[in-house]
Design a protein around this ligand. Structure first.
Ligand SMILES: C[S@@+](CC[C@H](N)C(=O)[O-])C[C@H]1O[C@@H](n2cnc3c(N)ncnc32)[C@H](O)[C@@H]1O
Length: 270
């Protein structure tokens, strides 16, 4: 039987990334064009006036961007105290008005802790968001528990935006790479991509799935397949900062070969 990496080890990864990258987007992931693409897609689903719970907010990079574009209240929590420390520092120096800053809260919290529902349920959020967070929970049982906790935190009829990496997206982009003679990318040991075949039936018990969007498909095809093919004749290695990645991130998303997907989920009225 495969040993699952302990959650403490995973938390250490995020503590270290917070210390290494401070308020930079690379604390969350090295691909800055992809994180900005995620934020643009997320903002489209967030109207002014929303109260948002950002679960696994890391150093708050995404939340500060949302707050600069939308008049919303945001509570972000993360189980890495080092990430929350960086988020608070980033909030203090962010070029936002005091009024906007006053609508943002960052605090330490674990989505899997037994108290989390009691803590956040009374705040009646309009939206809960996870962005590459469930994939840091090393078992499907833990991922299900996390989704159930989010379900209980949200009032009926409110929305959970799940932006997570899926096994199916990973398989599709990997097969495309292989067809062009490029090796699969390695999945990092602390990531467990969601299996849509069991995720979707599980979600349907609690939420209406309003949208399931592969918003990152063109970006992955461009940055993970076209880029290495273009650079190969020059003997160059692909880079997250490749100049054309900026363009790939701006093109409409076609196909279904992006690893990151967005599920817009409305809590069922029982
Ligand atoms: C890949 S980062 C994504 C951060 C942020 N959502 C973003 O999009 O930039 C994953 C974050 O989830 C946090 N995390 C993982 N498991 C968590 C849990 N059980 N409760 C709260 N945060 C968690 C990690 O500490 C880390 O900061």
């Amino acid at each position: 039987m495969l040993m699952q990496p302990p959650r403490d080890e995973i938390r250490k990864v995020w503590d270290e990334r917070a210390q290494a990258h401070k308020e930079d987007s690379r604390a969350s992931m090295p691909d800055r064009f992809l994180i900005d693409l995620e934020i643009r897609k997320l903002c489209r689903r967030i109207p002014h006036g929303d109260a948002i719970l950002d679960i696994g907010c890391a150093n708050g990079y995404t939340d500060l961007k949302i707050a600069s574009r939308r008049k919303v209240t945001i509570t972000g929590f993360d189980n890495s105290a080092a990430m929350i420390s960086e988020a608070l520092k980033a909030l203090a120096i962010a070029p936002l008005s005091q009024e906007v800053k006053g609508r943002i809260v960052f605090e330490t919290g674990d989505l899997l802790s037994p108290e989390i529902v009691k803590k956040y349920q009374p705040q009646k959020f309009d939206k809960a968001v996870t962005k590459r967070v469930l994939i840091n929970i090393p078992t499907w049982e833990g991922q299900q528990q996390a989704i159930e906790n989010i379900y209980h935190i949200l009032p009926q009829g409110k929305v959970y935006i799940m932006m997570e990496s899926t096994l199916q997206g990973y398989e599709k982009i990997s097969r495309m790479r292989e067809r062009f003679g490029i090796e699969r990318t390695k999945v990092r040991w602390h990531n467990k991509y969601l299996d849509e075949d069991r995720l979707v039936p599980f979600l349907k018990g609690m939420f209406d799935i309003e949208q399931a969007v592969n918003f990152s498909s063109t970006y992955y095809a461009g940055s993970r397949v076209i880029q290495p093919l273009l650079l190969k004749p020059f003997g160059k290695e692909p880079s997250y900062d490749f100049i054309l990645n900026r363009l790939f991130a701006r093109l409409p998303s076609l196909g279904d070969c992006g690893i990151q997907k967005m599920f817009v989920l409305r809590k069922k009225r029982m």
